[in-house]
Design a protein around this ligand. Structure first.
Ligand code: ZN
Length: 203
């Protein structure tokens, strides 16, 4: 029999009181854990070889503590190859944009981004893709402007983009970048760079 308890403390010393029989006999047991877990509307079989599962030595009741639930979520993210909360948190922090601004540009609620960062919710595959391109490709960050989005961006296919690989590039390349990403996007990028006291050199 399973029970889920989110309010079980992470570091409370064992043994714990059993929620089923009331005896103070709950201690972690290394368990081979297999479960069907739903994500994005599909069931995935999840297998963990050595889940430290708090279990009552008297009646066998298992307790899904916060730590256990986190371990299961971590295993699911790993199985599905989704970004971990730690990776998302690190990227947000390194980027120097607020969670509010990033959420605005991605088109999600700030609370939603916050839940991905804390790990209380696992992002969908589509949102994971969006996070990956946003963090992984600078051009995407120049191009996604939230509600101030360029009207024509993405409306026509761009076969190959000229990319500002480093911060020094010629006028011709810059004109191409403006053409591809839109003037507002570039000005936004440039002002962002200036705001962070970095130098943008244009020859
Ligand atoms: Zn018990």
């Amino acid at each position: 029999m399973l029970s889920t308890s989110d309010n079980v403390g992470k570091c409370r010393p064992y043994p714990w009181l059993c929620p089923s029989c009331g005896k103070k006999e709950v201690a972690p047991v290394s368990t081979e854990y297999t479960a069907e877990v739903r994500h994005d509307g599909r069931l995935h079989t999840l297998h963990i070889d050595d889940l430290e599962l708090p279990t009552c030595r008297s009646c066998g009741q298992t307790v899904f503590s916060t730590r256990v639930n986190e371990r299961i979520s971590d295993a699911l993210r790993s199985e599905l190859r989704l970004l971990t909360p730690g990776q998302i948190r690190a990227a947000v922090s390194e980027l120097g944009q607020s969670q509010k601004e990033i959420a605005e540009r991605l088109g999600v609620a700030e609370a939603t981004l916050s839940r991905w960062v804390t790990g209380s919710v696992i992002q969908s595959r589509a949102m994971d893709n969006l996070l990956r391109v946003y963090f992984g490709i600078p051009q995407v960050r120049y191009a996604l402007l939230g509600e101030g989005q360029e009207r024509d961006f993405g409306a026509t296919l761009v076969a190959e983009a000229t990319t500002p690989g480093d911060r020094t590039y010629g006028e011709e390349a810059f004109a191409k970048v403006v053409e591809v990403y839109g003037r507002a996007a570039i000005l936004h990028y440039v002002s962002g760079v200036a705001a962070r006291h970095q130098v943008l050199r244009m020859r």
